[in-house]
Design a protein around this ligand. Structure first.
Ligand code: ADP
Length: 520
């Protein structure tokens, strides 16, 4: 009897110790009835000792019931074990990841009538591990990126020196030739000039890419007809197309589509795409360019019959310094800047550009999509038959190509103007002098006297003093404009003339308030 208080005291001491332990500790019987539940268990699982002692242990989720029965069987059999990577239920219904250490508590007779379970909450350790391996992976990625950037930079420098060395070598040779061989001086200087242009282009491209990347490239946008820009780009690449013997077909919409754009930048975009089409197509190939209105947008599609683009290269074709690495491609030189510039310039205009190809040997298609402006010219054309023009102008049209003459005649009449057409300058001048028009639109290449001579004679005729003279040519070069101005023209239009442009021009020229204007 004397020992009872002593046992009680040691049991209390044990209980205090167990509760003071930071380790969640539970004693259960083989049927899972809880005998002991310390404070750390309450902190981990949420149930108090009062709620669980004498009841079946509530922390086993349904999908772990078999696992628990197995653990209890093993312990009743005398084993000690550690269960890693498992989870138990909290009172609030959430799961907690734990490691369980389980051991038998045999009675003095050796029979296991209870067992102790110690739990370790490994959520935080797991989180920390996950974070550490994530950080490691990020560091690894950064290292790989830096390595790739360094390889790309070396590769780029090698390509750059190659690209610069070729024109420089040609210029140096040309200079020596010019110095030593007078008879070949002209030809040598021509080569040097062309190669210097090539160097300038490379440097311009590099600077442009840097400017766009740093957000320093400002667009000088204006409202303009896209087809007009396309024509300029086609002209600029005609030499390259001819040199490689390609057939270039251009299809423009019947009605002008206006865009808000920086003319020189959009021309640069289209020149780039056309040059690539020419470069990456075997000589004697086909390049098609079409401009089409597509809902609120306008698309410029450049399609070639060339070497095509492999599917694995396609997704990164617009990235900086990317060049498809095949031998025919290498033969073309280039730095892999052009398409990056194309994409950035198009995006600066609020548009986008895509590339498609069915793979090597099947050609490639590049589509530039730009937002189109409201089609005022089209709208006014559409309703023009029942709508009077701002002022009815009398027009003399001098054009020897019957189709060109007829189509322009129809357009002008549709716009409400009164038109007389003539196939040669002399007849046109006589008719105009007898009955002076407001505007004369004169083709430059004409049978007999050419358009410049028509302008000169018109300027000498007092009857035609107030007539506005408009030159119509296939050439848009500055010197063509200057020649036209010198001959006495007021304006210069490049074929094919946009309906909107001609409407605006004739209306403006026929206006009584018009002041004599300089050439545009
Ligand atoms: P570059 O022509 O100077 O190499 P780009 O940026 O203009 O640079 O083009 C990148 C790469 O895209 C080219 O090296 C070429 O491999 C591929 N590419 C561009 N246009 C075409 C095309 N029309 N057909 C096939 N491959 C093309």
């Amino acid at each position: 009897m004397e020992r009872e208080p002593h046992d009680e005291a040691s049991a209390r001491a044990l209980r205090t110790l167990v509760d003071a332990s930071p380790v969640p500790m539970v004693v259960i019987e083989p049927d899972a009835t809880v005998r002991l539940w310390n404070l750390a268990s309450t902190r981990l699982f949420g149930w108090s000792a009062g709620e669980v002692v004498g009841r079946r242990i509530p922390i086993v989720p349904a999908h772990r019931l078999d696992e628990c029965a197995g653990i209890r069987r093993a312990i009743v059999g005398g084993q000690t074990l550690t269960v890693v990577e498992t989870e138990r239920l909290r009172k609030d219904g959430t799961l907690v990841e734990v490691v369980i250490s389980a051991a038998p508590l045999p009675d003095p007779d050796g029979v296991v009538r209870s067992m102790v379970l110690l739990f370790e909450d490994v959520t935080q350790r797991k989180d920390a591990e996950a974070k550490r391996s994530e950080a490691l992976a990020a560091a690894e990625r950064a290292r790989a990126d830096a390595e790739a950037a360094s390889v790309a930079k070396d590769h780029f420098l090698a390509m750059l020196s190659h690209e610069l060395r070729n024109p420089l070598a040609a210029i140096r040779n040309a200079v020596v030739t010019a110095r030593l061989d007078g008879s070949r001086r002209e030809r040598a200087l021509e080569i040097a000039g062309r190669q210097a242009d090539q160097l300038t282009r490379i440097l311009d491209d590099l600077l442009d890419v840097a400017r766009v990347s740093q957000g320093h490239l400002a667009l000088r946008t204006e409202r303009l007809y896209l087809s007009r820009i396309v024509e300029l780009a086609v002209e600029a690449t005609r030499g390259l197309m001819d040199e490689r013997g390609h057939v270039l077909r251009v299809s423009l919409p019947h009605e002008g589509v206006e865009v808000e754009a920086d003319a020189s930048r959009i021309e640069q975009v289209i020149v780039n795409l056309l040059s690539n089409a020419a470069k990456y197509t075997e000589p004697g190939g086909r390049v098609d360019l079409s401009v089409e209105r597509d809902g609120a947008d306008v698309t410029v599609v450049v399609r070639d019959s060339g070497i095509g683009i492999a599917p694995e290269v396609l997704p990164k074709i617009f990235d900086l310094f990317v060049r498809a690495d095949n031998s025919r491609n290498r033969a073309q030189g280039g730095l892999g800047i052009g398409l990056t510039l194309v994409r950035r310039l198009v995006e600066l205009h609020g548009g986008r550009v895509d590339a498609t190809s069915d793979g090597p040997g099947t050609g490639a298609t590049f589509t530039v999509r730009l937002p189109a402006l409201d089609a005022t010219a089209e709208a006014s054309l559409g309703g023009s038959t029942d709508r009077a023009p701002s002022r009815r102008a009398r027009v003399v049209l001098v054009e020897d190509n019957p189709d060109a003459a007829e189509s322009l005649l129809m357009l002008l009449e549709l716009l409400g103007h009164q038109v007389r057409t003539f196939g040669d300058g002399v007849t046109a001048l006589a008719a105009a002098s007898a009955n002076p028009p407001d505007v004369m639109i004169v083709d430059i290449g004409l049978p007999g006297i050419d358009g410049y001579e028509v302008a000169r004679r018109a300027r000498r005729d007092p009857a035609l003093a107030r007539v506005v003279l408009v030159a119509l040519t296939g050439y848009g070069r500055e010197e063509d404009k200057r020649d036209a101005l010198r001959a006495g023209f007021d304006r210069h239009l490049v074929k094919p003339v946009e309906p909107g442009a001609i409407e605006g021009l004739v209306a403006e020229m026929a206006s009584p308030n018009r002041t004599p204007s300089a050439l545009h």
